[in-house]
Write a protein that binds this ligand. Structure first.
Ligand code: NDP
Ligand code: 8X3
Length: 252
């Protein structure tokens, strides 16, 4: 079995690669940071004796995506599962103060990147007569929150695409699932706050947030249901989170 994971150099994608590898899947891991990809490939190979293919590219560029997918050797082309995970939030400005470059990065990565990946991999799955696409959405794609504007919009788009691609791919036996987490501690907030690690830490202060392993578990569970079961969407939060704005923080 082959699982293709975008954004495997950190966070959810890395934990997902580790979990599938532990369960003897061969993994295609991708991201822009080549050293991290190589280090993870060596770790997975050594610990689990599985095969690993690394592809270093930026999901925002359709030509790079196509070139990377076209380069996949024949024996790797029978992809069973695609995890469309690469994504990010950048900035927390109100709409009237939004930074255009931040908006472009979020829309180009979270929406267009996911589309380019799907456009290139879905035909391979159709050719194989089976497949499973797992899109990483967010609770931010279900409810908006102050200053979440464009990030929320990008994840609402993922929600719509998840529902929509499920209809288009239904005749081909391809299952489509969304995993929609709330707050989870990864490098996500460091990226959102443009490297301000102290500010990022405060996001999780007083709560026991979801971890990348929790999300990997949900992805793996959805991917390993029997063929007649289709998991449409898993919305999950930390125990201390009720929705995008309601948290119980210890010592707050
Ligand atoms: P991390 O920042 O820890 O990891 C993000 C991953 O995405 C990295 O591997 C990064 O790799 C990759 N990535 C980002 N931009 C690009 C790009 N242009 N091309 C290729 N790869 C890219 O964040 P998370 O693991 O938390 O986030 C994963 C997904 O989960 C995202 O879609 C995010 O929106 C979503 N999410 C996160 C939540 C959270 O609270 N953490 C909650 C709900 C959803 P590299 O930089 O090497 O390219
Ligand atoms: C990430 C979760 O609530 O920070 O998608 O938007 S949130």
């Amino acid at each position: 079995m082959i699982v293709f994971i975008t954004g495997a150099t950190a966070g959810f994608g890395k934990a997902t690669a580790q979990l599938f590898a532990r369960n003897k899947y061969n993994v295609i891991i991708t991201g822009r940071r080549r050293e991290r990809l190589e280090a993870l490939a060596a770790e997975l190979h050594a610990n689990h004796q599985i095969e690993v293919l690394t592809l270093c590219f930026d999901v925002r560029h359709s030509d790079e995506v196509k070139k990377a997918i076209d380069s996949i050797p024949e024996k790797w082309r029978a992809i069973d599962i695609l995890v469309n995970n690469a994504g990010l939030a950048v900035g927390v400005n109100p709409i009237q103060e939004g930074v255009i470059d931040d908006w472009d990065r979020m829309i180009d990565t979270n929406v267009k990147g996911l589309l380019y990946m799907t456009r290139n991999i879905a035909p391979l799955m159709i050719g194989n007569g089976k497949g499973h696409i797992i899109n990483i959405g967010s609770i931010a794609g279900k409810e908006v929150y102050a200053n979440g504007n464009v990030y929320c919009a990008s994840k609402y788009a993922v929600d719509a695409l998840n529902k929509s691609m499920r209809i288009d791919l239904l005749p081909y036996g391809i299952r489509v699932t969304s995993i929609s987490p709330g707050l989870a501690e990864t490098e996500f907030s460091i990226v959102r706050f443009k490297g301000d690690a102290e500010r990022a830490k405060n996001v999780y202060k007083g709560i026991d947030p979801l971890t990348a392993v929790d999300i990997a578990d949900a992805i793996y569970w959805a991917a390993t249901r029997p063929a007649h079961v289709n998991i449409l969407d898993i919305v999950m939060t930390a125990g201390a989170q009720a929705n995008t704005t309601t948290f119980i923080r210890k010592n707050a």
